[in-house]
Design a protein around this ligand. Structure first.
Ligand code: NAI
Length: 339
């Protein structure tokens, strides 16, 4: 078969492997919220992914344009745009992976929880449709507050009788991307070699980078660790403030979302040892959902990996985040069951 050689520069992890697109199985990826700030660059990056055979772009409006534009790129996938609720079923049908960046982003002064009222309703209705049209898809939840929208999705799927905890993921990859970038800068190591697990949740202090486990090892002072931890936790706010009312991270989030979806596709395709951090149903702590390293496989989550050894600073961070994360999870569950 013909091996298509892809560029190894730039977004290396997206294109590093050399693929035979003929041999790769058919995979449909749907993006819900595809016309938005994250949705558009994410559509572009997923169009570049040779593991995708069908790319389905859904939003309440604007997707025909995004789809026409992206469809002219000469890569494997067929692209279709769907706009409005009456096309949602068609957009979802047969999807292997559904990525959800639908909803409103933060403005300066807002926390992710301030988005709850609008985004909770959007996520609930989209997940109701997923349960109906593609109940076996892996769901990659980007819409904030992830600490609450993932529990909402779980409740919706439970009610529909389709819940499979192996197939629901809160996308926390941007926290990992940030931790890697900030660590590499401080530790003066090659950023492409860096590995840093980030655990907990996806908001403020619930984001806990495990810098004691970062590799390549560097001798950072306690003070530097505190600065790096806080910068990772506040990375989203850094972007929200710099954009001054025009939204939150979109380009770096699209990159992170593409990395995570690629990992899901590799897992589905049977590539061994695919590990990413994600906010999933978990027994790692007493909370029902928690972000930690997850091994991905043919059914989604193959194994939720434990935290490993923590420094005293990380142990304190873990203790401190549990109550906030617990209440965000409970808020999501309550919303799903009351409305
Ligand atoms: P945006 O406002 O630019 O785009 C959101 C898109 O969702 C819009 O095109 C809108 O039409 C669409 N949408 C609204 N209701 C919908 C529905 N019912 N069905 C389908 N689409 C719908 O916002 P942006 O910047 O793209 O952010 C999207 C979400 O991602 C926000 O909730 C934001 O907080 C979250 N986010 C998550 C991050 C993470 O690390 N998990 C990082 C950055 C943002």
């Amino acid at each position: 078969s013909v091996v298509r050689r892809t560029s190894t520069s730039g977004a290396s992890r997206l294109t590093r492997r050399q693929f035979s697109s003929e041999a790769a199985p058919e995979r449909k990826v749907a993006i819900l919220g595809a016309a938005g700030g994250i949705g558009q660059p994410l559509s572009l990056l997923m169009k570049l992914n040779p593991l995708v055979s069908t790319l389905s772009l859904y939003d309440i409006a604007g997707t025909p344009g995004v789809a026409a534009d992206v469809s002219h790129i000469n890569t494997r996938s067929q692209v279709a745009g769907f706009a409005g609720e009456d096309q949602l079923g068609q957009a979802l049908e047969g999807s292997d992976v559904v990525i959800i960046p639908a909803g409103v982003p933060r403005k300066p002064g807002m926390t992710r929880d301030d988005l709850f009222n609008i985004n909770a309703g959007i996520v609930k209705s989209l997940c109701t449709a997923i349960a109906k049209y593609c109940p076996n898809a892996l769901v990659n939840m980007i819409s904030n507050p992830v600490n609450s929208t993932v529990p909402i999705a779980a409740e919706v799927f439970k009610k529909a009788g389709t819940y499979d905890e192996k197939r629901l993921f809160g996308v926390t990859t941007l926290d990992v991307v940030r931790a890697k970038t900030f660590y590499a800068g401080k530790a003066k190591v090659n950023v492409s070699d860096v590995i840093v697990p980030v655990v907990g949740g996806h908001a403020g202090i619930t984001i806990l980078p495990l810098l004691s486990q970062a590799t390549p090892k560097a001798n950072l002072s306690d003070e530097e660790i505190v600065v790096l931890t806080k910068r990772t936790q506040d990375g989203g706010t850094e972007v929200v403030e710099a954009k001054a009312g025009k939204g939150s991270a979109t380009l770096s989030m699209a990159y992170a979302g593409a990395i995570f979806a690629d990992a899901c596709l590799k897992g589905l395709n049977g590539v061994p040892d695919v590990v990413e951090c994600s906010f999933v149903q978990s027994n790692v702590t007493e909370l029902p959902f928690f972000a930690s390293k997850v091994r991905l496989g043919k059914n989604g989550v193959e194994e939720v990996l434990g935290l490993g050894p923590l420094s005293d600073y990380e142990k304190k961070g873990l203790e401190a985040l549990l109550p906030e994360l617990k209440s965000s999870i409970e808020k999501g569950i309550k919303f799903a069951n009351s409305s």
